[in-house]
Every structure is written in C-alpha cells, then in structure tokens.
Design a protein around this ligand. Sequence first.
Ligand SMILES: Cc1cc2nc3c(=O)[nH]c(=O)nc-3n(C[C@H](O)[C@H](O)[C@H](O)COP(=O)(O)OP(=O)(O)OC[C@H]3O[C@@H](n4cnc5c(N)ncnc54)[C@H](O)[C@@H]3O)c2cc1C
Length: 469
Amino acid sequence: MTPPKVVVVGGGITGLAAAWRLEPLARAGRLEVELWEASERLGGAIRSYAVAGAVVEGGPDSLLRRKPEAERLAEAVGLGGELIPIHPQHRGSYLYHAGRLHPIPEGLEAGIPTRLGPLWRSPLLSLWGKLRAVGDLVRPPVPVGDDMALGELLRRRFGREVVTRLAEPLLSGVYAGDLNTLSTAATFPQFLEWARKPGSLLAGAAAARRARPRPSAAQSPFLTLAGGLEGLVRAVAARLSGIPVVLSRPVVAVEPAPAGWRVRSEGGETVAQAVIVAAPAWAAAAILHGLGAWSGLLAEIPYTNLAVVGMIWPHDAVPRPLDRTGFLVPRDEGLRITACTFVHAKWAYPEPPPHAVLRVFLGRAGTDILREDDAALLAIARADLERVLGRFRGDPVWTGVFRLPRALPQYTVGHRQRLDQLRAALTRHPGLYLAGAGYDGVGIPDCIRQGQAAADAVLAHLGLPRPGP
Ligand SMILES: Cc1cc2nc3c(=O)[nH]c(=O)nc-3n(C[C@H](O)[C@H](O)[C@H](O)COP(=O)(O)OP(=O)(O)OC[C@H]3O[C@@H](n4cnc5c(N)ncnc54)[C@H](O)[C@@H]3O)c2cc1C
C-alpha cells in the first residue's frame, strides 16, 4: 500500500521544523513527505555570512531561551555544543536619547517597567514622565475589551514618555511595528489581563515576576550558534533523510483534489493527502486564493520592509568602547536607523572575531526603507551611526546591505480574531494547515513550535502516531 503523502510548502524554519517532525515516519516508510521551497535556498529569514573572520547575520541572531523549542532543536540535530551565550561582561543594551547613549534601565519587560528603583534613577524619563508612569499604580482600570492597540494601552497607563522612550524602541526590535496599530491580545495578552485585574500593569508585572522561578543571574537570556544561525537550517536539512527537498519550486495554488489536495507549481504538480503551508501569510493568501473569500484574511496581515547593514571595522577605527550588546533608537530622535548590534561584543565567541562587527537596522512599520538603493542605505547607516557613536576613522574592512522585503509580519489590532476566523475556515478544509511567523509568534522558537504542531495535526488527520517528544 502506498503511504499517504504530505507536502510542506516553504523551507523557512517553520517548514523545516514541520518536515523534521515528520521525518521518522518518512524514514520508516509510513509517510511520503516532500518540501517545496520557492527560492534557491532553505532558511527563509535565517541567513548567515562568514566574512573577514566574523559571522554576520542577515536576519535573526538570537534564540530566546525562555521558549525552549529552538535550543531543543539545535541539540537534537547535534549543535548543542555550538550554542553560545551573551558575553557575561557585555549584557544589557543602550538607548539613544537627546544625543547620548543611556543604559536601558533594568527590570523592563517588553518595554514596561516592572521595578521602580531603576526606572526612578534612569535619565531617560523626565521627572514628570516618571511620576506619570508610577501613577499607573493608582489610576483606575482602563476598559480594554477583547483587544486594544498596545501603544494606546501603555500610553493610558504610563504616559507618553514610557511609550516613546522605552516601549516603542524595545518592542520595535521584535516587531519593527507601530505601537499604535499593534494588537495587545496578539503580542502581550498578559497586559490585557493585568489591565482588567488588578488594573495596574506595574502591579500585574511585579506579581507575575514574583510568581515565576527566578532566572539565574548567570544564565544568558539568549543563545546563538557560534557559526551563525543558518547552521541550524543546514543541520536540520541534512537530517531530512527520505524527504526530498525541492528548491526553486514556488507553489502557485493548493486546490481540492478527489483524494486530497493538488499542489501546483510552475515546475510540476502533485496530489497529497495533507499540506502544510509554511510560506509567509502574503504568499499563503495567493496560494489559497481559490479556496474561498476567507483567504483574504491572510492578505490582511501586513508585513514590514526592513534592511540590515553589516559593517566590519578595525577596532582602532571605532570612536568609543562598544561594551554592551548594542543600542536602540526611539522614533522621535531624528535618526533613520532603529538599532545597532555590536556583534563581536554581544556574543561569548570561543574565538572572538578580529575586528569590530556591527549590524545596523533600518525600517519601521508605516515607512518603506527599501525605496533607498544600497548605496543610500549604507550612507544613512554610517551617518546615523556616527551621530550616535562619534566619527569612525578610515574605512571599514567590509560592508554589506541585506534587503529584506516583507520581512516581519505585523500583528495588528484584531489579529487574534482573524486567526480564529482562519481556524474556523480551515476546519472546512481537512488536511490543510497553516503555520509560521505570520500567525502565532514571530520568533524562531514560536515558528518551530508552530511547524511541529502543524506536523502533529497532519499525523492526527492521517491516523498516524506521533513520534516521541
Ligand atoms: C531582520 C530580522 C531579525 C530577526 N531577529 C530575530 C531574532 O533575533 N530572533 C528570533 O527568534 N527571530 C527573529 N526574527 C524573526 C524570525 O527570523 C522569523 O520570524 C522566522 O525565521 C520566520 O520563519 P518562517 O519559516 O515562518 O518564515 P520565512 O523565514 O519567511 O520562510 C518562509 C519560506 O517560504 C518560502 N516561500 C514563499 N512563498 C512560497 C511559495 N509560493 N512556495 C513555496 N515556498 C514559498 C520562502 O522563500 C521562505 O523560504 C527576525 C526577523 C528578521 C527579518
């Protein structure tokens, strides 16, 4: 009897995690699995370059440890020994404000203060801004309903300064988003709970912090792979024995077929009993267009264009010590860069790179940084960097511009309701699954979790057993 067939559409980390979960059954001959990827490479947003003795990431660089899926996957594919922490002496980051870099106060979680002492001592907020923020403890609850823009909730609880100087720059590192449109329910649902009861976000966050096991001060909150995160992509792909990975195979449509689903691409088509669409939501919208008006919900998930400029400089060209992981730039400071990572300082490399390695980020929701050509992006990055750090001497050893069109999904207000509607629509299409950054978490661990959950749903649909944890 021929085993049932599954096609995974998209070879980013979500699709790879799904394929990896199905691999034991494919190896045992109980399932036929294929992975179809539109581009000529696997990894999607994850892309690492080895240059001038350093690793420069074009996309993500950090694996959040609190969500263990990425660390577990790295260990499962034999990369446990290559995971490295943040350099213990360079923990923490700066924030640029009023022409200077300031250490980000301790105790901020998702941009909101959870400890009063560090907030009180920080020069980032005016006295009025501090009093307004602390007023959260006594202000009556804000009616929040099912969802609310994150910016509005934080502004009403803490005032404008906390939003523009702390929350927006910190959160834009994750979402590159506009806080005035980002959904609280989809990004920080606990804020809605706290806003309802006890009403104060400071009190809610402090209680949650007390209830959690204390993370060891020695433990780094993030990990990376010494050779770059693309190593995870390569290691997973190398272990997909029995799963053909077809590159340069963009899927144009998934349509109902008598025995399941017809997966169509310009390069060929196949019929499968189950399909996991792990392409970005905008691509899924086009692929599933023929299945009904509900596919329009996918097109409603906006994505932001971003650019990352990599720069490698001789250490003696750098005008000041780079002694933390990097810095963030609030929207209203008059710069076009949003953040910079001091890569060589951030990670505890077993063999530190010979030069200073910087990654400069550009692009925010509501703007289109990719209108600029590479030369302009490089010039903006250097000019803004010099406004923050001072004048660099001479020329860089290397520069590179990574253009990232439609790179990060925006979970705008109503995202959760859209997901509920999508899930309801998918129940009418058994055997069809959606997973990836566009839906239930943008971070790599979230994507791995979603890919694995979609694979488990496929196995349940086909009446096959799940492999072990
Ligand atoms: C600049 C940047 C920095 C980030 N930093 C971090 C970080 O430090 N830590 C972290 O955890 N996360 C970070 N993220 C987020 C994280 O990297 C991504 O959300 C995640 O990698 C997305 O994985 P994915 O597989 O869902 O989607 P993608 O990586 O977008 O992969 C989707 C794949 O589908 C393919 N595809 C598209 N259309 C089709 C089609 N029609 N047919 C077949 N295939 C198709 C694409 O080519 C792509 O390979 C960052 C993201 C960016 C952009």
